[in-house]
Design a protein around this ligand. Structure first.
Ligand SMILES: [Zn+2]
Length: 237
């Protein structure tokens, strides 16, 4: 509150409790200076529920004693505490590799919540997950499309050839072979085709994943994709 707001608060308090009115000019100036010194960092009101006049009113509703600056500061501190207790830090929209920007955004959001400028962000477990997503963060997620950054995905290609081949096929609009079960090697949906190594006694010694799916599986996936398209067309028409 600036001096003008403090003066308005004292005028309001004077209406509630004439005992607090200072008629002597010097005393009135001292009272204003004292309150301003102690309440300079307390806002008059915030968009989300804090109102210094309401705090003064509440004091006189429940207490016969003259109001002190502490009677406004205490409710303000508990207002801040309550809001921070409700707040769970949302994921910043800043680049996670930019530590300074990331931290600054977290701290800035907390300050805004505590000061009553922003509403607390509640844990996603108890609210709708879509509603609270920061639009800038959503744009970043859409761009990447995965929790693995593009550069790291590229570096991983040699170590997961089946996965890379699947992603490449989907990117080119080809049927996704892994969306169906392989009739040849019986690899289930989502798992790459496999090659069996047969040992000398006819027993299976090892199963190694193949980078490319068996041709029959590709055909099956293509057929399935066609069927799905045909199924969808009448629904659209
Ligand atoms: Zn197979």
């Amino acid at each position: 509150m600036d001096r003008r707001e403090i003066a308005a608060l004292l005028a309001y308090i004077g209406r509630l409790d004439p005992r607090s009115i200072r008629t002597d000019e010097g005393e009135a100036r001292d009272q204003l200076a004292q309150w301003h010194e102690l309440l300079g960092d307390v806002p008059m009101a915030t968009p989300h529920g804090w109102d210094a006049l309401a705090a003064a009113r509440q004091h006189y509703r429940t207490s016969p004693y003259q109001i002190q600056p502490a009677d406004v500061v205490r409710p303000w501190e508990s207002y801040r505490r309550n809001r921070l207790a409700l707040h769970s830090d949302p994921t910043p929209s800043a680049d996670p590799d930019d530590q300074a920007a990331w931290t600054a955004e977290l701290v800035g959001t907390r300050r805004a919540v505590a000061a009553g400028i922003a509403q607390p962000t509640q844990a996603r477990a108890i609210t709708s997950s879509q509603e609270g997503v920061n639009p800038r963060l959503q744009a970043r997620l859409d761009q990447i499309g995965s929790c693995i950054p593009p550069a790291a995905r590229a570096a991983l290609i040699p170590f997961r050839p089946a996965r890379a081949a699947r992603e490449a096929a989907v990117a080119q609009g080809l049927p996704d072979a892994l969306s169906v079960r392989c009739e040849w090697c019986l690899a289930p949906v989502g798992e790459p085709c496999r090659r069996r190594r047969i040992g000398p006694n006819d027993g299976v010694r090892a199963i190694t994943p193949r980078a490319t799916p068996h041709p029959g599986r590709l055909d099956l996936a293509a057929q399935q994709a066609q069927h799905t398209e045909q199924d969808q067309q009448p629904a659209l028409a």
